[in-house]
Design a protein around this ligand. Structure first.
Ligand SMILES: NC(=O)CC(=O)C(=O)O
Length: 270
C-alpha cells in the first residue's frame, strides 16, 4: 500500500477557505496513493477553541465537499482528518452541539465513514467543555486493508485500539493536532499502539503554530513490529510511504502474542 500523510500547517495568518483550497490541491497531487491522510481539525486548528462555533459545519459541509471532489479527482481513499461538526441532533434537548469528527471518503467521493472522537482533550478544558464525546468505534474496509479510526488524544487510550483490533483493524489511522511540547509522547505512543496490536499506525499531525500552541509535525508511520518506517520533520510536508500489508499477518503468525490474551478478549485472533 502507498499512503501519503499531508502534514499541513495551521498558522492563523491563513484563512480557513484558503487552507481548504490548499489541502484540496495537495490531495489532488497524491494520485497513485492508496490512502491519503490529513490531520485533526486542520481547517480551524485543534486549539483554536474560540473559532469552533463559527467554523462548525455539517458532515456534508464545505470541508466534505472540497475533500470529496479532491478524492474523486485523485482517485484515492481519503481520510480527510477531522472537522468541527455541528450535529444535526443538537436540536434535541441535552444533545451536544459540536463534535470533533473525522471523515473517510472513498475514491468516488462518497462519505464512507465518520468517526466522532471519543476521548476529548480535557487538560485545558477547551475541547472537553465545547464538544460532545463520540460513543462508537469506527473501522473502514478498503480493498486491501481494514482501517481503525482514532483521533489525537485517543492515542493515549490503549483499550480503544484493542476494541478496533477486535473489529478487524490492521492499520490504525490517527489524525492529530499534537503539541510540540509533548512530541516524545507522540512517537512513543504511536510505536506502543503498533507493537501491542501488531498493526500499522499512520499518525498525521498538523505543523505550524496557532492559538499559541506550536504543533509537533513529525507525522509518523510505524509497522506492526514497532519500527518507524518514515517520519516527517516539524514543518509542512507530505510524507509518502510504501508498506507491505502482509506484514500484519506475518507478525501475528510469527510472534503470536495476541493469541495469548486472557482479559477482555472479544474476538479470536490468528
Ligand atoms: N490535543 C489532544 O487531543 C491530545 C494532546 O495534546 C495530548 O498530549 O494528548
Amino acid at each position: 500500500m502507498r499512503a501519503s500523510l499531508i502534514q499541513i500547517a495551521v498558522d492563523p495568518d491563513e484563512s480557513v477557505n484558503s487552507r481548504r483550497e490548499r489541502a484540496a490541491s495537495l490531495v489532488r497531487e497524491q494520485r497513485g496513493a492508496d490512502l491519503v491522510v490529513l490531520p485533526e481539525l486542520w481547517p480551524v486548528g485543534a486549539f483554536a477553541y474560540e473559532s469552533f462555533a463559527a467554523e462548525a459545519e455539517t458532515l456534508d459541509g464545505p470541508t466534505f465537499r472540497a475533500m470529496s471532489e479532491a478524492a474523486r479527482d485523485a482517485g484515492v481513499w481519503l481520510h480527510a482528518g477531522s472537522i468541527v461538526e455541528r450535529a444535526p441532533e443538537a436540536v434535541l434537548d441535552g444533545a451536544a452541539d459540536l463534535y470533533n469528527t473525522a471523515l473517510v471518503i472513498s475514491p468516488d467521493g462518497a462519505l464512507a465513514r465518520s468517526y466522532r472522537k471519543i476521548h476529548r482533550f480535557g487538560f485545558d478544558k477547551g475541547e472537553a467543555t465545547l464538544m460532545g464525546a463520540g460513543d462508537e468505534l469506527a473501522t473502514v474496509t478498503l480493498p486491501d486493508a481494514v482501517l481503525g479510526l482514532a483521533t489525537c488524544y485517543d492515542l493515549r487510550f490503549p483499550e480503544l485500539f484493542r476494541g478496533l483490533l477486535d473489529e478487524g483493524a490492521q492499520v490504525f489511522v490517527v489524525p492529530a493536532g499534537w503539541p510540540a511540547r509533548r512530541r516524545a509522547h507522540w512517537t512513543l505512543l504511536a510505536q506502543a499502539r503498533a507493537v501491542e496490536n501488531q498493526s500499522y499506525v499512520l499518525a498525521c499531525s498538523t505543523a505550524g503554530t496557532h492559538a499559541g500552541v506550536e504543533q509537533s509535525g513529525h507525522s509518523i508511520v510505524v509497522d506492526p513490529w514497532g519500527e518507524v518506517l518514515a517520519e516527517a520533520g516539524p514543518g509542512e510536508e507530505v510524507l509518502t510511504v510504501d508498506f507491505d500489508l502482509s506484514k500484519v499477518e506475518t507478525t501475528r503468525d510469527q510472534f503470536p502474542v495476541l493469541k495469548d490474551r486472557l482479559l477482555g478478549v472479544t474476538a479470536p485472533h490468528r
